[in-house]
Design a protein around this ligand. Sequence first.
Ligand SMILES: *Cc1c(COP(=O)(O)O)cnc(C)c1O
Length: 488
Amino acid sequence: MYNLNEYLRKFPKIQLILQDSDVLKLIGKYSYNAVKNKLDEILSEEKEKIKINLQKNKIPDDNIFEIKHFLLLLQEYFDNFSFSLRRVINGTGVVIHTNLGRSILPKAAVENVSKIASSYSNLEFNLEEGKRGKRYSHIEILLNKILNCEAALVVNNNAAAVFMALNTFASGIKKEVIVSRGELVEIGGSFRIPDIMKASGAQLIEVGTTNKTKINDYESEINENTALLLKVHHSNFKMTGFVHEVNSKELVEIGVKYDIPVMEDLGSGSFIKLEKFGLPKEPTAQEVVNTGIDIVTFSGDKLLGGPQAGIIAGKKKYVDLIAKNPLNRAFRIDKMTLAALEAVLFEYLDIDNAIKNIPTIHLLSQNISEIKKRGFKLLNKIKKLEHICKTMYNFNINIVEDFSIVGGGAMPDYKLKTYCLSITNKIFETEKLSEIFRSLQIPIVGKIKEDTFLIDLRTVLDIDIDDIINNFKKVSQIVIEAAVKETN
Ligand SMILES: *Cc1c(COP(=O)(O)O)cnc(C)c1O
């Protein structure tokens, strides 16, 4: 019979482990409490293991009683320690990928966020007058300049912007909002125009048909209860064939005629004419403002390439009304968003800067030959990896042509030519391979086409390159281990 207590006494004292020089390094990095709590956990697990082993008549190995054993367990845990929200490599080719965080901020924006977040700021303080200032004053001037609008306001996101505007203009009894049947869209993530309308307290009046709506359709529904004429961008779907929709300018004309405000939910809201990069023509936010529209709303983190935000721009009279809505307090943006947005808007003062410095615009306007060149450079580096060479017979890695998409509900049927790293493997099926790439410390999210795992190089950033190479080392190691297991 083995004596359990005798073994339990062999464990080093917890205070002794905590004084080990390498454990002290972990404490320096992760705090005393974090290391001590984990160590308590490890110790009780080890004790439990001994109990079970002894019951099975297994004698524990002596080295498990050494401090070194606990150091290794602690190191293993803390090496793999990471936050839940972390960086991933976007190999999907979807530039504005809502699940992967939409737009990447330009460097100047990130630096500004860091600066503003780590100190006090004049967020709501007028430095000239030495008294309370306005949170939105910092960006309103920039928006006025870029969009040539009378006034602007920024809230949490475009969904909040639309909701607030509807609630401001049309909540209460007998207040109607006229919308085309062709524009009663669902954007995804439960943003459906009819539902938003209902929640905001507005009454929806549908006009026209699914495929055709004419200006008369709006006009004939106008009555003393009409509070707003609303136009909604189709975003993630496209209507073709026998179709007609009323444009913003026509809607503004009847708005003026009957003295009813006109609003457009523009969705993505680009500031740049993207057709010059071969993308489909979309009205820019400036063009929409230019029609004389009373209110236009759009997202900050779609084609604009900034932080999550909902921008409301237009006539001062109406923007002021929305700003006074108590919901504005609930949907307001924080200083980090403001800091990022101001820096992004600043880039737009010079279009060339915007194209160069705003990642979303840069990724969309990249030259296809650049993508190809980057792909082959990466491929050569990967093929030279010792691990890959060892397992070369298992891997098939190439550069192939494919299509990227814009994402974020913009230009849904438009395909951008791209190049991808294509990977297949003899040991692992493509699904499994894709899962392995997602399981790494810096995960790669790719796409699967025709049973091949693809990493789209359009959305791969310069900072991703070394990590992709490292990931290939790790994946090939996993393949080698699996191959050994298979032959055994
Ligand atoms: C994306 C989109 C929204 C929602 O914008 P968020 O910024 O994601 O809240 C609303 N309307 C349209 C037309 C959109 O494309």
